[in-house]
Design a binder for this molecule. Structure first.
Ligand code: GLN
Length: 497
């Protein structure tokens, strides 16, 4: 037997998936509750409470989002080389919980420090929990895609509840209570993992446990040095928030380096593995653009929802932040059932689109969604307020797009990457969303509404409408190009679809 092949744990007949999947599902669900609960509040908190001007708010949001998804590259690397997935998830979760609780303190210093803890924690947590899912299945196991779809549903059940509850509590009651609530649910996620991790048996253990315990200096083990060195990064991140202009260089530099790194690894491989990495690289680069448009959700669309969407239903005014942050993940959960049926149904007829085509479709669908926002804005220019229905409908298309890229991408990474660098490749996958979210905040800043206009929806609406239109058109165009080139990318992927 080839010992490098993951062994598939027994599956309960009812679901066909190993039960460890559900342990990872619940851990990630609570973690994402806290992550998205906090993110729902971030921009509006800076503008309404800290009185940052809009461009500064977008710049800090962009820096946060960029760093929070850059760290997984390093967290992935640490786990592949030293820690293994389990220790990385535990340590990351602890740092995230501390971060959320620090944000709950109504102190001036706590804002940047809280975010810095979450950033470092997410670096360890996020790529590793996802690659632990991959370890439960062999690469060609047909259950792998569906496992990631189930896992993705967990992510979004958490995100929907977090956006709704923290968005409501933060906006209506107290911002800091909203952040605190996020912290409590992160702790819940950690407890689930701490209890359940034993069931992973030999999965996610350190690659060389003896080496990890070896003292490197003054009797301190390598493991402790890794943890301590991470803490030293926290003040550096705080300094970056204070000098956020530098982020442009960091993101550009790291972006170039990670592309070079993948190429460097690829050229050490045999031809088949090399071309697989090329295919992954191309799709990673496109995913950057996807997130740059998609992540208007956590930025400009929060303020758009507060200013230009009619939140009245049956005489009650819904809290805009909660609605805007609940809708996308709620659509994901609903649509997960549809896509879980659609892909196998198409597959049976030999009509399932391959991964590059799905990526192309994701842009086309997202473009349609932004176009719905734009058209509705155009139709309601005299009132400056678009109906909630069109807001919900626009998100429907955007999330159909997400379903064609995000869960598919996770699964693709675990299939196209050589086993020894899979967590780091997962980190690079998330880094693409870091670059994307950084670009998203720049696009968002183009929708900054001047001070005197914010309370007048008729005047604020055009600031959004013209950029939403551009996003819609670009997205459609990129999708068509990707579909046209999908055959080439597909040919690099070998047996992987
Ligand atoms: N919404 C997904 C998650 O939280 C995807 C995030 C991403 O890849 N940027 O996992």
């Amino acid at each position: 037997m080839d010992l490098t092949e993951p062994q598939i744990p027994e599956a309960p007949a009812s679901t066909g998936h190993p039960r460890q999947l559900y342990m990872l599902f619940f851990t990630e669900m609570w973690e994402r509750f806290s992550f998205y609960g906090m993110k729902a509040l971030l921009l509006a908190y800076m503008i309404s409470e800290l009185k940052f001007d809009e461009p500064k708010g977008y710049a800090i949001l962009g820096s946060y989002a960029a760093l929070v998804y850059t760290m997984p590259m390093f967290g992935g690397m640490m786990s592949d080389r030293f820690l293994g997935g389990r220790k990385a998830v535990m340590y990351g979760g602890i740092l995230m919980a501390i971060g959320h609780l620090v944000l709950a303190l109504p102190q001036d210093w706590s804002f940047f420090y809280g975010m810095a803890f979450i950033i470092c924690g997410n670096g360890f947590f996020k790529p590793n929990i996802s690659s632990l899912v991959g370890t439960l299945y062999a690469d060609n196991d047909p259950r792998k895609d569906s496992a990631f779809s189930i896992f993705y549903m967990g992510i979004n059940i958490g995100a929907a509840m977090g956006g709704l509850l923290c968005g409501y509590v933060g906006q209506q009651i107290d911002w800091h209570y909203g952040f605190g609530l996020a912290g409590i649910f992160m702790i819940l996620g950690l407890v689930v993992f701490a209890i359940g991790k034993k069931s992973l048996k030999d999965k996610g253990l350190p690659p060389n446990p003896a080496d990890l315990k070896k003292p490197v200096f003054a009797g301190i083990s390598k493991e402790v040095v890794i943890y301590a060195a991470t803490l030293l990064v926290i003040p550096v991140i705080v300094a970056l928030f204070n000098r956020y202009e530098i982020m442009d260089f960091i993101m550009f530099g790291l972006g170039a380096l990670s592309v070079l790194y993948i190429l460097f690894i690829a050229f050490q491989m045999d031809a088949s593995a090399r071309y697989k990495l090329f295919a992954a690289l191309v799709m990673i680069v496109f995913s950057t653009l996807f997130w740059a448009f998609y992540e208007q959700n956590a930025g400009s669309l929060n303020l758009f929802a507060m200013r230009n969407v009619d939140m009245h239903v049956g005489g009650v005014e819904l809290p805009a932040l909660a609605v805007n942050n609940f809708l996308p993940p709620a659509w994901v959960v609903i649509l997960s059932f549809f896509f879980a049926w659609l892909w196998p149904a198409l597959n049976r007829k030999n009509m399932e689109p391959n991964t590059p085509v799905k990526f192309g479709l994701s842009f086309v669908l997202m473009g349609l969604g932004f176009y719905v926002f734009y058209l509705s804005s155009k139709m309601h220019a005299e009132t400056g307020i678009i109906p909630l229905f069109s807001f919900i409908a626009g998100y429907f298309f955007i999330i159909c797009g997400e379903m064609c890229i995000s869960p598919i991408g996770l699964s693709m990474i675990t299939k196209l990457s050589p086993a020894r660098i899979v967590a780091m490749m997962m980190g690079i996958w998330f880094f693409a969303s870091a670059v994307g979210e950084f670009l998203a905040s720049k696009i968002g800043a183009m929708m900054s509404v001047p001070e005197g206009v914010v309370d007048n929806p008729v005047l604020s609406l055009p600031y959004y409408a013209q950029v939403l239109n551009q996003i819609g058109l670009w997205s459609l165009g990129i999708g068509v190009v990707l579909i046209l080139f999908s055959r080439v990318i597909r040919s690099w992927m070998g047996q992987v679809r």
